[in-house]
Design a protein around this ligand. Structure first.
Ligand code: ADP
Ligand code: ADP
Length: 231
C-alpha cells in the first residue's frame, strides 16, 4: 500500500496582485515504509508540498491521500485529529516547547491524545533511549545541542506511532556532520518503527542517504532520469 498518493496537486500564493505558482500539477506516490528525500533548490516548492502532505495547508486543486485517507474530504477539526494521530512532524527550528524537559516534550502528544501517565512515561523513555538521549530526559531544550534537540523532536514525532513522519529541512540549522547523523538516525527510526519518512533538503549530498528521491524544480517534478543524475 502507498503511504502517500498525490494527485495533480497545485498551490498558488497570492502576493497582492501577483500570483506565485508554488506547485504546478504534481502527482506522485510514496510507498509505505519508504525513506524518501524531497529535494530541489530553495523556492522550488518543497515546504509547500510537505505542508500539503501533512494537511497543514490545503491545495487549490488536486488532492492528497495519506494512509488511505483523502485529506480534502476532512473538515478542519477532523483534519487536525487525523494529523495528530497519523502524521509526525520534524521542523528546521526543532520547535520544542522550551519550558518542558526532553521527556515532557516527547510525552506531550501522548498527553494530548489522552494516553495514561504510566504509558506516557514508558513510551517516552523507550523513544529517548532509541534516539540515544536516555541520559538527557530531564534536560530542557536550552540545555541541549542542536543535534540533541532534533533527536528529541524525532522521538516526539514518533510518539503516537504515526504512519508518516514529515521533516522539513531537518538539517538546515545543523553543521554537516551533525546533519548527516540526524539523517542516519531518521533512517534507523524508519526501519525500527516501520514508518514512512519524507524529509526535504536542498543539500544534494543528502540525496544518496534516501531510498527514493523526489526532485522539484519551479513547482514541478523533475523526470526520474534527472533525479538519478542529481543523485
Ligand atoms: P522551498 O521549500 O523549496 O524553498 P517553498 O514551498 O517555500 O519552496 O516556496 C515555493 C514558492 O512559493 C517560492 O516562490 C516562494 O517564494 C513562494 N511562497 C512560499 N510561501 C509563500 C507565501 N506564504 N506567500 C507567498 N509566496 C510564498
Ligand atoms: P550533537 O552531535 O548531539 O549535536 P554536539 O557534539 O554538538 O552534540 O555537542 C556535544 C555536547 O555539548 C552536548 O552533549 C551538549 O550537552 C553540549 N552542547 C553543544 N551545543 C550546545 C548548546 N548550544 N547549548 C548547550 N549545550 C550544548
Amino acid at each position: 500500500m502507498s503511504a502517500i498518493e498525490v494527485i495533480d496537486l497545485s498551490r498558488h500564493y497570492r502576493l497582492g496582485s501577483v500570483d506565485v505558482p508554488a506547485l504546478r500539477g504534481v502527482s506522485l506516490s510514496i510507498a509505505a515504509n519508504a525513506f524518501t528525500v524531497l529535494s530541489g533548490p530553495s523556492g522550488s516548492g518543497k515546504s509547500t508540498l510537505l505542508n500539503l502532505l501533512g494537511g497543514l495547508d490545503r491545495p487549490d486543486s488536486g488532492h492528497v491521500v495519506v494512509a488511505g485517507q483523502r485529506l480534502d474530504t476532512l473538515d478542519d477539526n477532523r483534519l487536525s485529529d487525523f494529523r495528530a494521530r497519523h502524521i509526525g512532524f520534524v521542523f528546521q527550528h526543532f520547535n520544542l516547547l522550551p519550558v518542558l524537559t526532553a521527556r515532557e516534550n516527547v510525552e506531550y502528544p501522548l498527553l494530548l491524545a489522552g494516553v495514561a501517565a504510566s504509558e506516557r512515561r514508558r513510551r517516552a523513555a523507550e523513544l529517548l533511549d532509541a534516539v540515544g538521549l536516555a541520559d538527557r530526559a530531564a534536560n530542557l531544550p536550552g540545555q541541549l545541542s542542536g543535534g540533541q534537540r532534533q533527536r528529541v523532536a524525532i522521538a516526539r514525532a514518533l510518539a503516537l506511532r504515526p504512519a508518516l513522519v514529515l521533516a522539513d529541512e531537518p538539517t538546515a540549522n545543523l553543521d554537516s556532520h551533525t546533519g548527516a547523523a540526524i539523517i542516519a538516525l531518521m533512517r534507523d527510526m524508519q526501519r525500527q518503527y516501520q514508518t514512512c519518512f519524507v524529509f526535504s533538503s536542498h543539500d544534494a549530498q543528502l540525496l544518496a542517504a534516501a531510498d527514493h528521491a523526489v526532485l522539484l524544480r519551479d513547482g514541478q517534478l523533475q523526470a526520474p532520469a534527472a533525479v538519478k543524475e542529481a543523485a
